[in-house]
Design a protein around this ligand. Sequence first.
Ligand code: HSE
Length: 440
Amino acid sequence: MKPIQVGMLGIGTVGGGTFTVLKRNQEEIQRRAGRGIAIAMVAARNVERARALVGTDAVVVDDPFQVVNNPHIEIVVEVIGGTTLAKDLVMQAIANGKHVVTANKALLAEHGNEVFAAAHAKGVMVAFEGAVAVSIPIIKALREGLSGNRIEWVAGIINGTTNFILTEMRDKGLSFDAALAQAQALGYAEADPTFDIEGFDAAHKATILAAIAFGVPVQFKRAHVEGITKLAAADIAYGFQLGYSIKLLGIAKRTAHGIELRVHPTLIPVKRLLANVEGSMNGIMVKSDAAGITMYYGAGAGSEQTASAVIADLVDVTRLHTADAAQRVPHLAFQPDAMSDLPILPMADVVTSYYLRLRVADQTGVLAKVTGILADADISIDAVLQREADEVGGEDANQTDLIILTHDCAEARMDAALARMQALATVLQPIVRIRKEELA
Ligand code: HSE
């Protein structure tokens, strides 16, 4: 049988890796897919460079619309990224009846509902294993492997750049800026690292995970997004003394009232496997009713690592493209007419526990005032630690750090208590508040 004809939009790091791995493993891939998979056409900004890579195997053009409008192309692989041109190209490919494979988390988190609706109407597949934690087949695990379960929550380290920075801060006591510089020097962080360090990349991925875990539409705009730029090395050190690591987590949790969808620095017990996902690696925990807790680990970026996901999607599409559309795995795991309307909860309604650090005047009664405010708000304290902060002169200073761990409470209640504590004359700096998850 003639190989299925693939057109690729972009042949940079991911596209190049896909081309290389497809070629290297073509025999095994064909044995799995039941048919050869041929990249027949490539759109690239730098045509000469692309030709040097693909040789005579594929036609190289500089206009990506030539690929999506080519009647011989059956699958379009979109690896150019972004949400403008990429969206136009994906929508055009779908309109032309082509299946799409994409690793574009921003596109799907922000415009996925429109993309999937168009694909459903046309009876084509949009496959996106490469959009989340590339080397980990987490989309497959959630949509298919766990399809007998009621999923309760998903919590993941789904941004390698920030995980590298946090690991360096903890292990070497570096400041955020110094650790970021290290990440940039090693090529982990982009020259403009905003998307990673401010949490947007993780929030795009968490949005997609929430949608397929619970069968809700993608709702990136309703996600709470907080990055790691304000984290101090002192909090990482204090957290560690209390038995916790701080990780940037993407969390999607089902509650009776709605879904929590949030990305923020989080204290997690050091004894959890997830706390030991170090450096630029990714790790995802899923809690579901039948399987219990399952965990997935692997690289979240890289040329061949992303190619692994893109090719898995190509194999799936090759196997299924002649199947009745109704027999395929639904884009968001649940049938389009059986989606849930559970709302994404505002942060005020999120229930979690907290780490608080207050720089206070070292005077009699300060601790009593602070704990009194927490008691008034019905917030239960789990642990208290007092440390003479090195930077204010250690034991002899008239300032000290109060570190408090609380039990679970609604965020609105904590916000109100924090405002009261902050107003105390003896609280000398903005209070640090970091959410904590036991992941039990
Ligand atoms: N920049 C991402 C990371 C990889 O650092 O994990 C692509 O999403």
